[in-house]
Design a protein around this ligand. Structure first.
Ligand code: ATP
Ligand code: MG
Length: 197
């Protein structure tokens, strides 16, 4: 079975994430994509929403799509979420699976800075998707990585979770930028309203 891991903070999950996962699924003929919220991402500010809330929103977005699943492995492990630890754990648990890791253009150019990247490149294929504002420069990557990064096309979506949080903080709508059920959850819970935190 070919499994694409879609890792992220998902604070909140938005349609850019869903389209990236779908493009990877189709473009690399994966069997499934597992959406995996990180606990504390390396090099990032503290998340706005808690882990349980981010996971719940991802579950709502993934919905009934039989090819999409959620994976709470990093939330359960806690601490800083290093992909290398996660992949070692997944390979030990699912010995028959072939793993891919889906990343947006902004991440592709920084792969060399990932913890344990040489080991990751031996056991994973990275699937890079385009993202407005970042140009993928595959030729700048070291040879061992160039071989392990495949690019797939997706409709370009100029949306980020940061942008969504800012819109919500300003009282603006994020309808159609996130799944309807995620929008309802955000409105109902008020998690991104400044006065509730
Ligand atoms: P933030 O603004 O909080 O960093 P984000 O929108 O970048 O949020 P993340 O959870 O950081 O979302 O991203 C998870 C993964 O999804 C990363 O690999 C990122 O590059 C990718 N991604 C996020 N948004 C898009 C998008 N609009 N198009 C393509 N890939 C995306
Ligand atoms: Mg990001």
């Amino acid at each position: 079975m070919k499994v694409g891991i879609m890792g992220g903070t998902f604070d909140p999950v938005h349609i850019g994430h869903m389209l990236a996962a779908e493009a990877a699924l189709q473009g690399c003929t994966l069997d499934e994509v597992w959406f995996m919220p990180s606990h504390i991402p390396p090099h990032k500010h503290e998340a706005g929403a808690g882990g349980d809330e981010r996971l719940q929103m991802v579950e709502l977005a993934v919905g009934t799509n039989p090819a999409f699943r959620t994976l709470d492995i990093e939330l359960v492990r806690g601490g800083v979420s290093y992909t290398i630890d996660t992949i070692r754990e997944l390979r030990a648990r699912y010995t028959e699976h072939e793993f891919f890791f889906i990343i947006g253009a902004d991440m592709v150019n920084f792969l060399t800075q990932w913890h344990g990247i040489e080991e990751l490149a031996q056991v994973l294929t990275f699937i890079g998707v385009g993202r407005p504002g970042s140009v993928i420069r595959k030729e700048d990557l070291p040879d061992y990585l160039q071989e392990k990064v495949v690019l797939v096309n997706m409709p370009q979506v100029d949306i980020s979770s940061t942008d969504i949080r800012e819109r919500l903080a300003a009282g603006k709508s994020v309808r159609y930028m996130v799944h309807d059920l995620v929008n309802e959850y955000i409105q109902r819970s008020g998690i991104y309203e400044p006065d509730t935190r």
